[in-house]
Design a protein around this ligand. Sequence first.
Ligand SMILES: Nc1ncnc2c1ncn2[C@@H]1O[C@H](COP(=O)(O)OP(=O)(O)O)[C@@H](O)[C@H]1O
Ligand SMILES: O=C(O)[C@@H](O)C(=O)COP(=O)(O)O
Length: 428
Amino acid sequence: MTIRLGCIADDFTGATDLANNLVRAGMRVVQLIDVPAPGTPGPVDADAVVIALKSRTTPVDEAVEVSLRALDWLRSVGAEQIYFKYCSTFDSTPAGNIGPVTEALLDALGTDFTVATPAFPDNGRTIFKGHLFVGDVLLSESGMRHHPLTPMTDSDLVSVLGAQSTRPVGLVDHTVVAAGPDAIRDRIGELRKDGVGAAIVDAVSNDDLLRLGAAVRDLPLVTAGSGLAIGLPANWGFEPSASAAQLPPAGGLQAIVSGSVSTATNGQVREFLRAGRPAFSVDPLRIADGQDVAGEALAFAARHLADGPVLVYSTETPDAVRTVQGRLGVAEAGELVERTLARVAQGLLDLGVRQLAVAGGETSGAVVQALGLTGLRIGAQIDPGVPWCAAELSGGDTLHITLKSGNFGSPGFFTDAFARLESAGEPV
Ligand SMILES: Nc1ncnc2c1ncn2[C@@H]1O[C@H](COP(=O)(O)OP(=O)(O)O)[C@@H](O)[C@H]1O
Ligand SMILES: O=C(O)[C@@H](O)C(=O)COP(=O)(O)O
């Protein structure tokens, strides 16, 4: 089996987002949680492997170290091209981790240039003149300016990536992208001559990403959100496939764990509450006070699970999150909530939940690690960027799990997702 594309994703929701786009473009994809031990053979029956890391907000040296380990393993199983996946809203701080990880991967691959494009038009992320738009507004005017860990206040990606890089950062602008793969390759040649290490690439449509995909077929490394994934599989002759991978039939109880504080998730929680569905609110200040909030959440869930999906959430408005962070510290509040929600997820499985939706990238990382999941099969798409996945539990049961990126999904996601699974849950 030849692994064509080896992918390193900086968070867990991002990994399933990328895997989803690769599957839809015709590749067979295996998603691994964390880096396999050296010498572990690659999966059979896979054209691409996505390694899900939790490196988006860790200290730079840790993110670089784990990304290089992922690279080593992907090369050991023969990956022909490497894809570094980050957020479609370019979530990072002035220290990194996008720039330092990109440069470390370039050095390790012995190459001097790569592209950088978080564009994902299917989810409203477009780039023009190097500026990232989220829907109709600039990144710096979107909800991302309030993100608890990586507030994004500059929409000019050349400047954002430049501040995180030691090499000059350039731009492949839309007139070049619109002119097609040859023009893009020519521009890359010029930038390379000027010593540019990475270039932001404009893209406002899927056609732009398809053109870019063809242009970068010979680059050892590409870096992007999940959008570029629609343009790469064709380089090896894969064709888009409408039928996402089939998963085993779903069973068991249904629950949602949400630690995302993104705008879209806030809307989804409001919609769930508005529909009168059972929901338990996790208060970080009560956790910090030493109260057994996870135990209370599980007791609540036990009373309601038989009636349909139960939501356990710490999702709050930016103001409320800032208040908590002011009292506990940003990282401390994040870790406290992640630990609690991970414990809740473990308890939900003990209560018989076998269909679990998790909202938020950091939260998903904490939950998936606590559940000890090692790999995910990618199934049908629920909303752009969000597929159902299946994982085998240690007892042999199948867990259906979806990892929803904070800003993805329609307002009814927390109920629609389960309906979508029922219709996808045909025997393999
Ligand atoms: N009420 C809250 N107060 C403070 N921090 C919170 C609260 N709820 C969640 N968090 C933390 O905010 C972070 C949210 O990140 P993530 O899970 O990636 O979702 P998103 O990026 O969509 O907001 C996590 O570290 C989470 O633990
Ligand atoms: O590219 C994207 O937007 C997503 O795949 C993603 O990474 C989102 O992360 P969270 O908002 O932290 O879930």
